[in-house]
Design a protein around this ligand. Structure first.
Ligand code: CA
Length: 239
């Protein structure tokens, strides 16, 4: 039987932690809790959770610093930032420093559980970049190849470390080559959200981060192109 996925909750409000723990466990997840940023970072490193729910305003170390520290360690654990509704700027900053998603407080449990499910690491343990995984990867364009069994992306045979969401965005675009998708389409298809307010900014940030990882020159991308006013497409070029 597949072992349970572990969600790390980093939140200093005890009543929120209690509600999250209860609902996550009911949805079939194991939970780990931390009540300040330092402990949250330590737990993230030591316990290797499958996903982190990360509050922003925390004692000792704020949520952004925790997320940034994880990404600097090349830890691609999915991170969902918990923000207060009025902290609109937090959403964008959170995504720019490498969070995968955010949810605004007060949130519905149903929505939160859905977001956890959508973002959680699909493979329990990040597979090491085996030479066979690179060899089995399907070329998609140029020197870029994808192994959908191991969920790995390679450029010229070298594995590229992507978050689950970045991987899904790339696979979605690459499986519909040269077709333009609007940000709203991508929110629906890749994030599985109905379009809400300014959430499309999420797509721009994800595309930019993906380009930084897969493109030789992210300022002049050759794989993921922008069609101004229309959206994004995956361009297929011949090596
Ligand atoms: Ca807090």
């Amino acid at each position: 039987m597949e072992s349970k996925r572990n969600v790390l909750i980093v939140e200093d409000e005890k009543n929120i932690v209690d509600i999250l723990r209860f609902n996550l466990q009911r949805a079939g997840y194991d939970t780990i809790e931390a009540y300040d940023g330092e402990d949250g970072l330590a737990r993230a490193i030591a316990d290797r959770p499958d996903l982190i729910l990360l509050d922003v305003m925390l004692p000792k170390k704020n949520g952004f610093d925790v997320c940034r520290a994880l990404r600097e360690r090349n830890d691609n654990v999915p991170v969902i930032i918990l923000t207060a509704r009025e902290e609109e700027a937090d959403k964008v900053l959170g995504l720019e420093i490498g969070a995968d998603d955010y949810i605004t407080k007060p949130f519905s449990m149903r929505e939160l559980i859905a977001r956890v499910g959508a973002n959680i690491r699909r493979t329990a343990i990040a597979a090491p970049a085996l030479p066979s995984a690179a060899a089995a990867a399907m070329p998609v364009s140029g020197d870029l190849s994808i192994n959908t069994d191991s969920h790995q992306v390679f450029r010229g045979g070298t594995a590229i470390d992507l978050t689950q969401r970045e991987y899904e965005l790339l696979v979605f675009l690459a499986s519909h080559p040269n077709k333009v998708y609007s940000r709203i389409d991508l929110m629906e298809q890749v994030w599985n959200y109905g379009y809400v307010g300014d959430d499309a900014r999420t797509v721009d940030v994800a595309v930019r981060r993906l380009r930084e990882k897969i493109e030789e020159d992210p300022a002049n991308p050759v794989y993921i192109l922008t069609r101004r006013g229309a959206g994004y497409l995956f361009s297929v070029t011949r090596p």
